[in-house]
Design a protein around this ligand. Structure first.
Ligand code: PLP
Length: 460
């Protein structure tokens, strides 16, 4: 690779001089310096100092089949030689886009048979918002356009993604959100359940906040509810089992569409191809991206249910929306091969029947008892570890978020890549993890927690 002519220090200097990183304090980064990740293989990433780090985040929730899959490189090279690019505008298509759309439809819930491609989760949520509002316009109800979302939701970082999302810090820098989007409470029992309230009752109460928002606006003004089946960037918040069926019941009662953002949960992470199945709901749209290509190339797919698609097809009229790279032939070729690999290796079933339950048990038995841990929770291969100052009261260390950062830094220094959001440590490893990989991860997490204990003084 060309960069091998440069020293580590030179690369860091060049990066600081020219590269503005995403979600970064640019001053802080220049003081602290960057870690340069140079290569990766299977479940491990390697940095320029030769450290081997177990990647508990699958990149950024995406490298589900692990690193170093030459087949994806080969399929991309072949497609690039044959047809590197053509658009799907003007009544054209490309073979790999058609075939990938068919493949996704075959894996999706039965009532979903159409796919709209983009290049990122943010773009795909933009598409979802446009499609849902246009659907109601085509149905003669253009005023039925309000979207209900949730506080602390993450739906991407474009203007539409930020507006749909419920992250306060991001809204603060937006200078005006897309109008007519409201945010209700999140289903986060660990912090929001009332004393003595059961998970079941809390789930119903969280769902009720959606009904309240529908009634406040009037059902004829509400287009859809959007939610991540499990809030990811917001801290792997797994709702109680009562939540999603109740959300669906409420949406149906008031004829409000249900939009799932499965950018993280899509393609196997929760032990089913889609978390819609895991949580027993039938959404009208499903946003997907990340694991669709296991991150090897940028590609997103909005899955569009029959109700919306048939209105678009019956009523006609051009829908003025799409991207230069919608249905990019190389990305679609890689997506197809990636899904075939997930299928051939039985990764979804493995997560459902073996590694998912084993992961949950390992977290419960090995991590939960630690003095710094208030709760562990997981579904399939996504998990959170709550860091607390007091196991009994769930009080946090001051200032908020500081303790998790200490744990994270020790984890990375000890070969375990995991993230901290607020005071939650989060994990979303590649689906190729085995029981042995889970054991290794737990060893390293425990070591990080023990080291953090030397800096932090829990109450009991
Ligand atoms: C990552 C993510 C997005 C945004 O995807 P990008 O590809 O970064 O635009 C949207 N929704 C969820 C749930 C995500 O995790």
């Amino acid at each position: 690779m060309t960069y091998q002519n440069y020293s580590l220090k030179q690369l860091q200097q060049i990066d600081a001089a020219h590269h503005l990183h995403p979600f970064t304090d640019h001053k802080d980064l220049r003081d602290a310096g960057t870690r340069i990740v140079t290569h990766a293989k299977g479940p491990f990433i390697y940095d320029s100092e030769g450290n081997e780090i177990l990647d508990g985040m699958a990149g950024l929730w995406c490298v589900n089949i692990g690193y170093g899959r030459d087949e994806l490189a080969e399929v991309a090279a072949e497609q690039m030689k044959e047809l590197p690019y053509y658009n799907s505008f003007f009544k054209c298509t490309v073979p790999t886009a058609a075939l990938l759309a068919q493949k996704i439809a075959s894996l999706a819930p039965k009532h979903i048979n159409q796919v709209f491609f983009g290049s990122s989760g943010s773009e795909s949520n933009d598409t979802a918002l446009r499609i849902v509002r246009h659907y109601w316009a085509l149905e003669g109800k253009p005023e039925k356009n309000r979207i209900i979302s949730r506080k602390n939701a993450y739906h991407g970082s474009t203007v539409a993604g930020t507006s749909l999302g419920g992250m306060e810090g991001m809204h603060g820098q937006l200078g005006g959100a897309v109008p007519n989007i409201v945010h209700v409470m999140m289903p986060y029992a660990f912090e929001l359940a009332l004393p003595g309230e059961s998970d079941h009752d809390f789930g119903l109460r969280a769902a009720k906040s959606i009904e309240d928002a529908i009634l406040e606006a009037g059902p004829d003004k509400v287009a859809a509810f959007i939610g991540e089946p499990v809030m990811g960037a917001g801290g792997v918040k797994i709702p109680p089992a009562s939540y999603w069926p109740e959300v669906q019941r409420i949406c149906r009662k008031y004829d409000v569409l249900l939009m799932l953002d499965e950018v993280i949960t899509g393609y196997g992470r929760t032990g089913n191809w889609f978390a819609a199945e895991t949580f027993g709901v039938e959404p009208d749209t499903i946003t997907t991206a990340k694991a669709l290509t296991s991150g090897y190339l940028p590609l997103s797919a909005l899955l569009v249910g029959d109700r919306i698609a048939s209105t678009f097809i019956e009523k006609g009229g051009e829908f003025y929306h799409g991207y230069t790279y919608s249905g990019h032939p190389v990305c679609c070729a890689v997506g197809l091969r990636n899904l075939e690999i997930i299928e051939q290796e039985g990764l979804v079933e493995r997560v459902r029947d073996d590694t998912g339950p084993y992961f949950a048990q390992a977290l419960r038995e090995r991590i939960s008892p630690h003095p710094l841990v208030g709760e562990t929770r997981s579904v399939g291969l996504m998990a959170a570890i709550e860091i607390v100052a007091d196991k009994a009261t769930r009080a946090r260390f001051e200032p908020a978020g500081s303790a998790a950062v200490i744990v994270r830094d020790y984890a990375i220094a000890n070969g375990m890549m995991m993230r901290a959001t607020g005071d939650s440590m989060i994990l979303s490893p590649p689906l190729i993890w085995t029981r042995d990989t889970i054991d290794l991860a737990c060893d390293r997490i425990l070591k990080a927690l023990d080291l953090a204990l030397t800096d932090l003084k829990p109450a009991s």
